[in-house]
Design a protein around this ligand. Structure first.
Ligand code: FES
Ligand SMILES: [Fe+2]
Length: 358
């Protein structure tokens, strides 16, 4: 499984390049899918992405500065506009048409800067993941995070597709309490054209520590807990999880006041074959009026995800050491396998030649 996954990823797709707040008035460099890019925000506030290599003498454009009209190379002063076209050569009136660098389609919305790394003419905004809660700091307050992780990005998607790791890795945060109940959750997996959706229910369980802290439940309270996840290939996972006290009919209506619930956005973008960027933000849906609750939630999730990172990096190192050694699936891997199929379809659509016309 890993050997296949390591081969590549789809290029004709939107990936998160950055959080909006990361790109300000300076050139912003980041490697995505093995390509060194430089992002910049022009004087009108629009974000652009260029190959981080000047076409004059290959100087990284990140060493330059944002000026009127575009991004100026720091070495001899060529200026490139947002489309990558050279618009100024100091001391030279004629600008040859080949004086340009590659540019990448960018869309900024809902606090996310998305980049399209494949064929520019195929960039399709209708394929962007819609996550309106990020625009709603009042009802879903949240803070943004980014980890750089030494593992292949597929391993992080896998991690989010098999939550039976929770009572083991996360026993002190979101996986403590009734550990048996969590492994034995009912799991409903639905394959989708764009990925996979699943929902897990754990009914009448002792809530885990993070949930108790958030909701302020007394000892002895039992809850009905849900974990709803959707993977949108290739690189986004959205989540809504929470719990209500047993007897409140959570299964019929999760959207009730009280209890504990959060939404989580996960954006996973490959940096190289062996490293990835993990953008995440937990949205406080249980005490939106409390800054303290938003801060505590962030801290708890941060601590929880650090536990994942330790395992992911160790797992990746072991896979590099023995790349061809086989792996065995369990019944809990049904969402993971369905997710892999969705991403494989995208890769095949790019790599297979079109059928000849009849
Ligand atoms: S290397 Fe960029 S202007 Fe010369
Ligand atoms: Fe985890």
């Amino acid at each position: 499984m890993f050997a296949d996954a390591k081969k590549s990823w789809p290029l004709n797709a939107w990936y998160q390049a950055a959080w909006s707040h990361e790109v300000e008035d300076k050139p912003f460099a980041r490697t995505l899918l093995n390509e060194a890019l430089v992002l910049f925000r022009d004087e009108d506030g629009a974000v652009h992405a260029l190959e981080d290599r000047c076409c004059h003498r290959a100087t990284p454009l990140r060493l330059g500065e944002v000026v009127s009209g575009g991004l100026q190379c720091g070495y001899h002063g060529l200026i490139f506009d947002g489309a990558g076209k050279c618009v100024h050569i100091p001391g030279q009136n004629n600008i040859p048409s080949q004086s340009r660098v590659r540019s990448f389609p960018i869309v900024e919305r809902q606090e996310i800067i998305w980049v399209w790394m494949g064929e520019a003419e195929k960039a399709d905004e209708s394929q962007l993941v819609d996550y309106p809660w990020l625009d709603d700091q009042t009802n879903w307050p949240h803070k943004h995070a980014l980890y750089h992780i030494d593992c292949n990005f597929y391993l992080l998607i896998d991690n989010l597709m098999d939550l039976t790791h929770i009572p083991f890795i996360h026993r002190n945060t979101i996986g403590g309490g009734d550990q048996k109940g969590q492994v034995e959750a009912t799991m409903e997996v639905t394959a989708k054209e764009t990925g996979v959706h699943y929902i897990r229910w754990m009914e009448g369980i002792v809530p885990p520590p993070t949930y108790v802290k958030g909701a302020g439940w007394a000892e002895g309270i039992k809850v009905d807990r849900w974990q709803e996840f959707e993977y949108i290939a290739p690189s986004t996972v959205v989540q809504w999880t929470g719990a209500l006290e047993e007897g409140r009919g959570a299964k019929e209506n999760r959207d009730q006041k009280g209890g504990f619930n959060l939404r989580l956005y996960h954006g996973v973008t490959p940096e190289t074959d062996d490293t990835c960027h993990y953008f995440w933000t937990p949205l406080n849906g249980y005490k939106p009026e409390s800054q303290e609750a938003t801060d505590t939630l962030f801290k708890e999730i941060d601590f929880t995800f650090q536990e994942d990172v330790e395992f992911l990096e160790a797992q990746h190192a072991m896979m590099l050491a023995k790349p061809d050694a086989p792996l065995v699936n369990t019944k809990h891997d049904s969402a993971l396998v369905t997710a892999r199929k969705a991403i494989d379809r995208m890769i095949r659509a790019e790599t297979q030649p079109p059928l000849a016309a009849e």
